[in-house]
Structure formats: C-alpha cells, structure tokens
Design a protein around this ligand. Sequence first.
Ligand code: PMP
Ligand code: GLN
Length: 403
Amino acid sequence: MDTVGTAGFRGEVGSEQWAPAARVRDMGTSIFTEMTELARRTGAVNLGQGVPELPAPPALLQDVADAVRSGNNQYPPAAGFPALREAIAAHQLRRYGLDYAPTGEVLVTTGATEALAAALLALCDPGDEVIAFDPCYDAYAADARLAGARVVGVPLVLDGDGFVLDADALRAAVTPRTRVLLLNSPHNPTGKVFTPEELAAVADVCREHALTVVTDEVYEHLVFEDGARHVPIATLPGMRERTLIVSSAGKTFNVTGWKIGWVCGPAPLVAAVGSAKQFLTYASGTPYQEALARALGSVEEWAAGVRDTLRANRDVLSAGLAGAGLHPFRADAGYFLQADVRPWGYDSGIDFCRELPRRAGVVAIPTSAFYLTPGAPAWLVRFSICKREDSIRKAVEQLAAAR
Ligand code: PMP
Ligand code: GLN
C-alpha cells in the first residue's frame, strides 16, 4: 500500500528498540491516503479524498509549460515571486477591500498546508491552546501538536439541515492559554459558509480575548449557493490586525498537486510565519508561481464555471443520496457534503465506508476522521462533489441499486 505515516510503530529496527518521537507517534496514515488507496484497489468511484476530476484553465497550463521551458526552474524568492505577491494583494483589494502590501504582508507558501503548519509553529508556544470548530480539517490538530500546542474543538451544532455555530460554547472554550482561533469558511468537511451573524460573534470573542485568528479560506471562490457569500473575517471591525488569511490556488483552479498557497496579514505576523516557512521548504513551485500570477487576475471569470459544476454535482448527489434512502445535509460551498447513514442501518460511518466499496462501488470518508471531541455524531459520512458529472451519476446509480 502506498502509505505515509508511522502508524504507531514501536519495536525493533535492525537489532535495536526504536520508537518515533512522541509528536508523531500516533499520527498514522492520513484518512485521505487510506481511502484513495481503497478506491484504487476496489475500482470504486472515489468520492473520498477531495481530489478534483475537473479541468484546470487551459491558458494556465500553457503558461506553466512555457515557464518551465523558458528555463526559470530555480528557487523563487523565499517570500514568493513579486508578481504573484502583487496579484494576491490586488485580489484581496478587488474582492474584499482588504489592503495588503505585496512586500511584507503577503507570503507565498507550499500550499495552504505549509501556511497552516508554519502559522501554528510561529504563533504557538508549547502548552498553548488553539480553538477550532469541530469537525475540522485533519491538519489542524496535527499542526497544533507539531507546535507543542493543544487543539480544543468547539462543536458545530447540527440544526435541521445544516451545521451552526454555538457562540456560548465558543466563549466557554476560551482559557488563559488560548492563543489562536482557527476558522475555516467555506468549511471542510461540511460545505458550511459561516453567516455574517456567526462571523460577528466569532470576531467579538477574538477581540475580547485578544486572540489571533488564522482563517483557512481555500474554498473562498467556491460558494455556489445563492444567498451565501464568502466574507473574510479580517474585513470585520478590529479584525484585520489580528488575522492571518490563508488561501491556495489548488481548489480554485483544480490544481491541487501544484501546492501554491499564501498568507496575508499584518507584517509582524507574516514575518513570524516566514521565519518558520523558510526552514520547512524555503520556497517552491517557480513555474507555477509565475503562471498563477497571471491567472489570479481573472480568477472570477474562471471560478464561475467551477461553481456551476459543483452546484450541479451537489444537486445530483444530494438527490441521489436521498433517493437511496440516506439523509444528505445542506452544503453551500466547497468540495463536500455530509450524509446521515443511519437509514441504512449503520451507527458508524467507519463501518459504512468500509463496506461501501463492496456494497455500492463507492468510496466516501467517515466524518469521525474530522472530529476532535468525543461524543461527536459517528454516523456522518463525507462525500466529495469535485468530480466529473459521470462519476457522480455512476455513484448515484450504484447507491440506488445497493439500497
Ligand atoms: N485547508 C482545507 C480546509 C483543505 O480542504 C485543504 C485541502 N486539502 C487544505 C487546507 C490544503 O490546501 P493545499 O492543497 O493548498 O495545501
Ligand atoms: N483537502 C482534501 C480533503 O479534505 C485532501 C487533502 C489531503 O489529501 N491531504 O479531502
């Protein structure tokens, strides 16, 4: 199996006892690797990992090829190519009215993944606490742990057809050790977009307790439900000065393998992230950075088409899951939607996902992999919608037949 991760190894290496360092000891193999491998082995439709089957903009691909051939394949500047930093700053100003200086307030990273890891390494001392809304992207807890910090989950509450903020629970979770609040909107794994009222409530808590906010906005362009809108929390009063925005080209342009991400924020915070980042990768992705500097200038035209595809897929898959007797929840944005699998007799999403390839030829991901707190609903399962229409339709047909 094509795995990465220690999976808790302790034992002999050669003739000596060996164990990995405590910070990685029980990290194991990521659920995404495991489920993609399961899809490969069984030939099932892979609605697990959020890996797009959708095309990238042809002009962007041509620009990367040209950049590679032109011979500019050496290290870019550690902060990222000036043209890309300028394009990112222009994007933030054009879309959100957020003004960042391309030099000092914008940093290009190796995907949002490196940005998040470097941010927590830069912001947390050992023993500090990081608040994240639960469920959340699995890297958050791992990154906090690498930084010696502890992640504290604040459950999003299942209310009717969607997930909502419990502002009282958020307040109750803050302690004198809380340093950072991690906010992901649009949200993986639920497809939730935080409402203006929820953002205002989160901002109140952050200002009151002087928390630094790290926002993961990688799905910022993929809000496909009318009436929902992406609002960076940094645009709220008193928030720009305490917020680091993280985003990435991967989801917007369907190029998740390129790993070009970025951070925007006040200069001292960005400099701290840069201190950690330069010793993680230093810099990466020269030809991709060059090409993306151009593509970001007209991202709105491109993203409209991606949103149409995701909306159509959401509609087909939601209707298909309901038709197969499962219970889908509302998803307004991003790559994923949630379903309750109890109507098929499963209390455990893990059992459901283990049996689904054989039963229906579909791979999905148990949402329990994204929950930090015990007692979370075990019967939720995440399905990806960033796939070709024929993959979604095939999955729907097979789910109906397997009912
Ligand atoms: N944050 C979230 C919420 C994600 O879903 C992903 C996608 N894997 C990432 C961060 C990582 O982004 P990137 O691929 O740019 O590292
Ligand atoms: N963001 C993607 C997901 O949630 C996968 C990221 C990964 O494989 N690490 O499915």
